[in-house]
Design a protein around this ligand. Structure first.
Ligand code: CA
Length: 275
């Protein structure tokens, strides 16, 4: 992996987190429908499926006090792999997406919610995310993915984000905890499309490198059983799922996915080991 970027492209996921963390204001911040919000993650800690995940430590409340995360979570995401780079100073348009992106992997953005919620103000995700990101071992070519119309975007987006093709992807994930499926997030409703995310990464002239990885952000649908993280499934731990508010040591999490045409996209697994 060269560089790694993580987006926040699901309106349902962004709305759920906004409701939880900012209950007294609009769930979506004013910029959310004008650009695909994202951040640069840590490429060096992207690990392949099957790698153990050591529970991270960090500062968390009350206190703050340094210690093992008590709110270890997952995020069900799709990762896009860049095959062909681009030149510094030359933005890539949405229409050039398929000239640069080779295919997709399934991705688990492990997240320590207690570390994240204390550290993220005002610059965003840092140590609550950077300890590990797991990906499936095989890259599935774009051509294998059935495309459907993406959601209508209102208000209209800026010119550099305009796309004239249908880039919703008809993929359904399964999130399993210790072998039991707890959620089936659908990708097709994601608000921001992959070509828009790529165009946004390079809109300022930043270049791409072979091996760059950018992720969709948590995939969550409209229904409770379509949420792609435990913080949403359990509503920040208030409503446990299969006895879990968040992950315990020894828990194994597997994300798998299929296309609407029945193609299996593989799986990504990780087991939590003690701090
Ligand atoms: Ca994420």
């Amino acid at each position: 992996v060269a560089d790694y970027v993580d987006f926040y492209a699901s309106e349902q996921h962004a709305t759920n987190l906004g409701r939880m963390f900012r209950p007294d204001s609009e769930p979506l911040l004013p910029n959310w429908k004008h650009l695909p919000v994202g951040y640069h993650g840590r490429a060096g800690t992207v690990v392949v499926s099957g790698s153990p995940i050591r529970r991270p430590q960090g500062l968390r409340l009350p206190g703050p006090e340094f210690g093992p995360s008590r709110k270890l979570d997952v995020e069900v995401e799709l990762g896009f792999v860049v095959g062909v780079g681009s030149d510094l100073g030359s933005p890539v348009t949405p229409g050039d997406f398929a000239d640069h992106v080779f295919g997709v992997v399934l991705l688990n953005d492990w997240s320590a919610r207690d570390i994240q919620s204390y550290e993220y103000v005002p610059l965003g995700p840092f140590l609550g995310k950077s300890f590990a990101t797991s990906i499936s071992p095989w890259v599935v070519p774009l051509d294998a993915l059935p495309r459907v119309p993406a959601p209508v975007q209102d208000p209209p987006v800026a010119d550099y984000l305009r796309t004239d093709s249908d880039w919703g992807l008809d993929i359904t994930f399964e999130l399993a905890l210790n072998g039991e499926v707890v959620s089936r997030p659908p990708y097709r409703g994601m608000y921001w499309t992959p070509p828009q995310m790529l165009a946004h990464i390079t809109a300022n002239g930043a270049s791409l490198r072979t091996g760059d990885l950018f992720a969709s952000g948590t995939v969550s649908g409209d229904d409770v059983a379509e949420r792609g993280s435990f913080i949403e499934l359990t509503w920040n731990g208030e409503q446990p799922v299969n006895g879990r508010a968040f992950l315990e040591d020894g828990d194994s999490v597997t994300i798998s996915a299929r296309t609407a045409t029945g193609a299996h996209l593989g799986e990504v697994e990780g087991t939590v080991v003690p701090a």
